[in-house]
Each structure stands twice: as structure tokens, then as C-alpha cells.
Design a protein around this ligand. Structure first.
Ligand SMILES: [Fe+2]
Length: 235
């Protein structure tokens, strides 16, 4: 038989369940939103000393735990300020934050790629499709290395040399970027292999002789990672 009291009790119970569920959902959403805003320093998959003798443990430790970490922290600070400016509709502050976003965002993007481009088991020559593309676009692996080394050594002041993929033409390209300008965000090329020629990347070991550092780094290039990046870029 129908009992109005039971029916009301059931309805209240369901409403309570829905309220609790909604509260839990909104808590989860805000946690996800907060976690998405925070960038973190990625772990290396090898020890700081693993790239010796080509890159010293001291350079790797400072480069990763101090320099890259600073880009990550400053990117988070900049994004927080940007969110505030966005919420207020403050376009002037948004525009003023652009250089910091480019510098710290680029620093984080570039170094994150760089660590995976290197491996203690690296060096040698690339295989398969990547090697075919290098031969097609540069004539030979040796010629590509020479061109990329020359462009990278010639970077004025601080910056990066890159092997990138041009989606429009389907070709590989060599490019140089100043400061921490990220390759894709500033040229449209998809980054495959980057060589950091900021002095923090080599000075403790190679002093002013940047060409020696660039020549040495080919011994620890992780060609499997570069190949994977090419496969991803082509998709
Ligand atoms: Fe660096």
C-alpha cells in the first residue's frame, strides 16, 4: 500500500545522495583543474653521471635540478598571474606576461624534449624511416650532422639548434632558435632533436669551446627517441 511518509523519506534520501555526489564531483573537478595548472619537473630516466664523459654529472645535475626546475617554477607563477588577469579581463597584464610565458614555457618544453633526446646507450646512426628521411633531405647522415652542428654552433648568445619536421612539406629541417623560443610555437616545425647551447649546458666542462660540446653530444643522441618523435609528428 502507498505510504506518503515513506515516499517523502525516499525522495529526501535520493536528494541527499545527489547532493553528496555533486559535491564530490565538484571537488574532483577543482582538483583536476588545479593539477592541470601545475607543471612539474620530469624525472630523468638515467643518472646524472650516465652521459659521461660527453656531458659531466655536475652539468647534468645543475642543468636538470636547478635550471629546468626554475623554468618550471616560473612557468607556474606566470600561469597563475595569467589566470588572474584572464579572470579580471585585464588584457594589459595578459600581454605583459607574454614574454615570461614564452621564456619559461619554452624553457620547460625544450628541456623536457632534450632529456629524452639523450641516452647513455645513444650515439651511432638512426635506423629505418628516420635514416631514409635524413638521406632524402640532407644527402647523408654525415651531411645532416655537419649542417646541424654548424647551425647550432653559430647560435648567437643563448639558444638551441633543432632537427624538426615540417608537416606541410613532409620534410626534415634544421633550425636555430634564440633564447628559449620553442621550435613549434615560433616556427611551426615539430621538434625531433634539440641541442641546448646555453652556456649552462656546457661551460663547466667545455669552457668557451662550444664546437667540442656539440661534436661530443652526438655520442649520446637517443635516435630511437628521435624516430618516435618523427612517427608521432607524421600522424
Ligand atoms: Fe638548458
Amino acid at each position: 500500500s502507498f505510504c506518503p511518509l515513506n515516499s517523502i523519506r525516499n525522495m529526501l534520501c535520493r536528494a541527499g545522495q545527489i547532493r553528496r555526489c555533486a559535491a564530490s564531483l565538484s571537488h574532483t573537478i577543482s582538483k583536476v583543474a588545479a593539477s592541470r595548472q601545475k607543471h612539474t619537473l620530469p624525472d630523468l630516466t638515467y643518472d646524472y653521471g650516465a652521459l659521461e664523459p660527453y656531458v659531466s654529472a655536475e652539468i647534468m645535475q645543475l642543468h636538470h635540478s636547478k635550471h629546468h626546475a626554475t623554468y618550471v617554477n616560473n612557468l607556474n607563477v606566470t600561469e597563475e598571474k595569467y589566470q588572474e588577469a584572464l579572470a579580471k579581463g585585464d588584457v594589459t597584464t595578459q600581454v605583459a606576461l607574454q614574454p615570461a610565458l614564452k621564456f619559461n614555457g619554452g624553457g620547460h618544453i625544450n628541456h623536457t624534449i632534450f632529456w629524452t633526446n639523450l641516452s647513455p646507450n645513444g650515439g651511432g646512426e638512426p635506423q629505418g624511416e628516420l635514416m631514409e628521411a635524413i638521406k632524402r633531405d640532407f644527402g647523408s647522415f654525415q651531411k645532416m650532422k655537419e649542417k646541424m652542428s654548424a647551425v647550432t654552433v653559430a647560435v648567437q648568445g643563448s639558444g638551441w639548434g633543432w632537427l624538426g619536421f615540417d608537416k606541410d612539406s613532409g620534410r626534415l629541417r634544421i633550425a636555430a632558435c634564440a633564447n628559449q623560443d620553442p621550435l613549434q610555437g615560433t616556427t611551426g616545425l615539430t621538434p625531433l632533436l634539440g641541442i641546448d647551447v646555453w652556456e649552462h649546458a656546457y661551460y663547466l666542462q667545455y669552457k668557451n669551446v662550444r664546437p667540442d660540446y656539440v661534436n661530443a653530444i652526438w655520442n649520446v643522441v637517443n635516435w630511437e627517441n628521435v624516430s618516435e618523435r618523427l612517427q608521432m609528428a607524421k600522424k
